[in-house]
Design a protein around this ligand. Structure first.
Ligand code: NAP
Length: 301
């Protein structure tokens, strides 16, 4: 297969490239820095700066759309919100308008999203049939991202929307940021620690993306998180255990709100999300239980 990726140089994209290169697929990554692509994604992965570098007669089988500026890295100032929006929604619009101009179109578009689509769900169990619970900037961003990607259906393309939870990996993402405070013994729950944290091991995230890409009857939204979400305080305890460090220093809610503004909603809210549609489709998670996922990754952290 010839697979085009956006965001292919990111955490999830790099792991996907590793899997699909191993399976012999041909990969093209649309990137702001195409010269970095071979180094980050593999020597035989082609980096392109513009979509029209792919010739009209070059058959494309699938597109995986993951590009987006990191959502939790900086304050959500007006400029940052504009960038977060443009890097997902405007980029996806550009992708669709290019696909619309092509005669030969891919069979499937697997497009990124997040469990943040639901907003802060409180205690409610969330499946793909649930509506958004409490809209905030992050959920509006995901809703618009999914709506934009879904327009590819009108082009005859199967569209899969991957509502990803917190991806646990040893080589990037959320865990890499927690490593230092936890190793210094400064880890602990955020706020009262009761908020739900849907998480997914990177190996499962890669396997489920591949599963959804390959299954011709998969379409629409899929919660990409392990079947057993935990509360934030349980997460802190498990990570402390995996790193052999105490994790009992809570970070006060007021401090997070004062320091991070609306971005604190990402940390103080949560989703008790269940991967109902993936389980119904026959996908098996390798890591169901958080402690086993963290123990697996901790030696590489
Ligand atoms: N990791 C998680 O826990 C998680 C959870 C839920 C949802 N997601 C979503 O899933 C997607 C992939 O996640 P990830 O962790 O692999 O992301 P990542 O490591 O942050 O990589 C995202 C990629 O997006 C591109 N990008 C960054 N800033 C951009 C900008 N301003 N304009 C255009 N492109 C930009 C970059 O590619 P180039 O530098 O090559 O252009 C980058 O490699 C993201 O959109 C993320 O929001 C991730």
């Amino acid at each position: 297969m010839h697979i085009l990726l956006t965001g292919g140089t990111g955490l999830i994209g790099r792991h996907l490239c590793q899997l699909w290169r191993g399976q012999g697929h041909r990969l093209t990554v649309w990137s702001r820095n195409p010269e970095q692509v071979a180094k980050l994604c593999g020597s035989d992965v082609r980096g392109i700066a513009r979509l029209d570098e792919i010739a009209d007669d070059d058959t494309l089988d699938a597109v995986v759309n993951l590009a987006g500026a990191p959502i939790a890295d900086r304050h959500w100032t007006a400029a940052r919100r504009t960038l977060l929006w443009a890097s997902r929604i405007t980029l996806t619009e550009q992708l669709l308008s290019w696909l619309g101009r092509r005669e030969q179109r891919p069979a499937v578009l697997v497009s990124g999203s997040a469990v943040g689509w639901y907003g802060d769900g409180g205690e409610r169990e969330l499946t793909e049939a649930s509506p958004p619970v409490k809209e905030d900037f992050a959920s509006q961003l995901c809703i618009a991202w999914e709506e934009t990607a879904s327009r590819a259906q009108a082009l005859g393309i199967r569209v899969v929307l991957v509502r990803t939870g917190l991806v646990l990996a040893a080589d990037g993402g959320f865990l890499s940021r927690l490593r230092l405070p936890y190793k210094l013994g400064l880890g602990g729950p955020l706020g009262d620690g009761r908020q739900w944290m849907p998480w997914v091991h990177i190996d499962d995230q890669i396997a489920l993306t591949d599963f959804l890409l390959q299954h011709n009857d998969a379409s629409g939204p899929y919660n990409a998180c392990a079947p057993e979400p935990v509360r934030n305080r349980e997460f802190a305890k498990c990570l402390g255990r995996a790193l052999h460090r105490p994790a009992c220093l809570p970070v006060p809610k007021l401090l997070l709100k004062a320091g991070l503004g609306e971005l604190s909603t990402l940390l103080l809210g949560g989703q008790r999300a269940r991967p109902e549609r993936l389980l119904a489709a026959g996908f098996t998670f390798r890591f169901n239980d958080l402690q086993s996922a963290l123990d697996d990754l901790s030696s590489r952290l």
